[in-house]
Design a protein around this ligand. Structure first.
Ligand code: PLP
Ligand code: COI
Length: 340
């Protein structure tokens, strides 16, 4: 039955829906998995997740397309990234085929929560897993739980596509041989102080630098970054300590193959910031959020695209990506995963 929700006024927040998916790992194997109604998780007080943050997650979205199908965007890449993250955290990977099956089941169970086509909202899907049995010494758990919940969401940044402001923080996000390239909960725990501090000072997000030299641009707390040069080349930071964003990989392909623009992944230096004409954050939650201003310790860089609207290339990238996700523009082979 259709839900009575004002879809177009949704922000990016948790809303309890009817069903979630859960699977448990015990004695060396994952169980069958099932759809349940209870949104509460009960674990031992000494569970590895509670003491040593042995947890990771993913984020993807389901959309209602122009012809009223429900689809997901490249969920195979989330499944693969979650396997990579699990291995880095000494957790048993949740197999990719089971991951895709679980996404299908949980979205279908909550199908009435998928916002209508044209509303601007989507159904955010949050797979996650954690070490659930008790540990005392620092070591991985032996039992794990994998869950997926879903929640209808609107834009990640209030104000929709109005350009946001970033600041270069004095905090680092990821160490060169650390966990920045995987989606570990711990990466987000250590970004909380930096984001609270950024918000208190009037900035929307932190633009982190590489922690070794603090001369190169990495990413923000919850999204990758793209820049547009004077020659309309789309560039994005190359680094081993940033999350390999599925949105970014898709946008680079779209820039090249749909828009005929040069798209390059390379090291980007802080001192280059003044040379770009556009900048935007990209990710599942952020989609493509234009940046208007970057503040570096009292020195403000206003992007030539300005503080009121996205730059021209950003807008084209956004329109093409959204068009592909919503079934308005033909998608590359394998990008669209049908749910129903
Ligand atoms: N970088 C970080 C730190 C993130 O949390 C996310 C969100 O998932 C991204 C980048 C964007 O990745 P994706 O496009 O795969 O959602
Ligand atoms: C996502 O974009 O899916 C994320 O996980 C980012 C998070 C900060 C909301």
């Amino acid at each position: 039955m259709e839900k009575n929700i004002d879809w177009s006024s949704l922000g990016f927040g948790y809303m309890k829906t009817d069903f979630r998916y859960v699977s448990n790992y015990k004695n060396g194997k994952w169980d069958e998995g099932q759809i349940i109604t209870d949104e509460n998780v009960v674990v031992n007080e000494s569970a590895c997740v509670l003491q040593y943050a042995q947890t990771c997650f993913e984020g993807l979205k389901a959309y209602r397309t122009k012809d009223n199908k429900v689809v997901c965007f490249r969920p195979d890449l989330n499944a693969k990234r979650m396997e990579d993250t699990a291995k880095r955290l000494e957790m048993p990977p949740f197999p990719a085929d089971k991951f895709l099956d679980a996404v299908k089941k949980v979205v279908n169970a909550n199908i009435d929560w998928v916002p209508p086509y044209g509303s601007g909202a989507s159904l955010y899907i949050r797979p996650y897993m954690f070490g659930s049995d008790a540990v005392m010494g620092v070591k991985p758990a032996t039992e794990y739980q994998f869950r997926i919940f879903v929640s209808p969401v609107g834009p990640y940044f209030k104000g929709g596509i109005k350009p946001i402001t970033l600041r270069i923080p004095d905090f680092d996000r990821a160490a060169p041989r650390g966990t920045g390239h995987v989606k570990a909960g711990l990466n987000y725990a250590m970004s909380l102080h930096a984001i609270v501090d950024a918000h208190a000072k009037g900035y929307n997000e932190n633009m982190y630098l590489d922690s070794k030299t603090r001369t190169k641009i990495e990413e923000t707390g919850g999204a990758n970054i793209i820049f547009v040069t004077e020659n309309n080349e789309v560039v994005t930071p190359k680094s081993d300590s940033i999350l390999p964003s599925i949105t970014r990989r898709s946008l680079m392909y779209v820039a090249d193959k749909y828009l005929g623009l040069k798209a390059t992944e390379r090291e980007i230096y802080l001192e280059e910031l003044g040379d770009f004409k556009e900048c935007a954050l990209c990710g599942t939650a952020a989609v493509l959020s234009p940046v208007g201003k970057i503040s570096d310790h009292g020195k403000d860089i206003i992007l030539p695209s300005g503080l009121d609207k996205p730059g021209e290339v950003t807008q084209k990238l956004y329109d093409t990506l959204r068009g592909i996700q919503l079934g308005e523009i033909k998608a590359p082979e394998g990008w669209i995963f049908e749910i129903n």
